[in-house]
Design a binder for this molecule. Structure first.
Ligand code: CA
Length: 229
């Protein structure tokens, strides 16, 4: 999908130079010529990255940046400045800018910095998207397919992982062997074998063995339940 960039820059020449360059690279960009205009755009649209000039005619880029951060802490902000003094950089970092570029700059350098920021924010959002299931000290990371108990990673086979995921999704509820067969193995008939008991035992050996607090409980005549005590 195309990345949307907001260019906040009051000098027409600089703004259109950046916009044209970004166009050729497949980015969609919007220009805001003042700080207030930028804040209006930010209020109703989500941008993937914001290029922000520090010297604007109304409110400074620093103020704009801290307002952006109040609304959207995650969007990458690349600040432009004609000054490039250390104190400007520091105030920029204080209000939450991610990187700095001193004017005049080379378009390729802008592009390289932008790509680095976009990659970082992509990696960051992937981290946030990790789906976790937790019960007591057991944690299942569905995105990374990792199980951790008491801070220690447990190696599970794909089927053991699916079985544990099914237990975790139904924690506190009794699940019958037929429920497990249907949902984990996609088998909707009685196989007449004890393969589910076998798998549940594999799983117990990996996640419960050595712990006083057992999580997988047998509910006699009914099935199993994953619960904390
Ligand atoms: Ca300016």
């Amino acid at each position: 999908m195309e990345k949307e960039v907001l260019i906040v820059e009051d000098e027409d020449k600089v703004a259109s130079f950046i916009k044209k360059g970004l166009n050729t690279q497949g980015y969609v960009s919007t220009i805001a010529a003042t700080g207030r205009e930028a804040l209006d755009f930010i209020a109703d649209r989500n941008f993937d990255l914001i290029i922000l000039d520090i010297g604007l005619p109304d409110i400074t880029g620093l103020e704009v940046c801290s307002k952006i951060r109040e609304k959207n802490p995650g969007v990458p902000v690349l600040m432009l400045t004609a000054l490039g003094s250390m104190s400007d950089k520091l105030s920029g970092y204080e209000v939450g800018t991610d990187d700095y570029l001193v004017k005049p700059f080379d378009f390729m350098e802008l592009l390289v910095r932008m790509k680095a920021l976009l990659k970082r924010s992509h990696d960051h959002s992937r981290l946030i998207e990790d789906v976790l299931l937790k019960e007591a000290d057991l944690e299942l990371n569905l995105s990374k397919k990792i199980a951790v108990r008491s801070g220690k990673e447990i190696t599970l086979t794909a089927k053991e992982f699916s079985l544990l995921e099914y237990f975790m999704r139904n924690r506190g509820r009794v699940v019958s062997k037929l429920d497990i067969a249907e949902n984990v193995w996609d088998i909707d008939f009685d196989t007449g074998t004890n393969f589910i008991e076998v798998y549940v035992n594999y799983l117990r050996n990996k996640i419960d063995k050595g712990f006083n607090n057992k999580l997988i409980h047998t509910i006699f005549g009914m099935g199993y339940m994953l619960k904390n005590r």
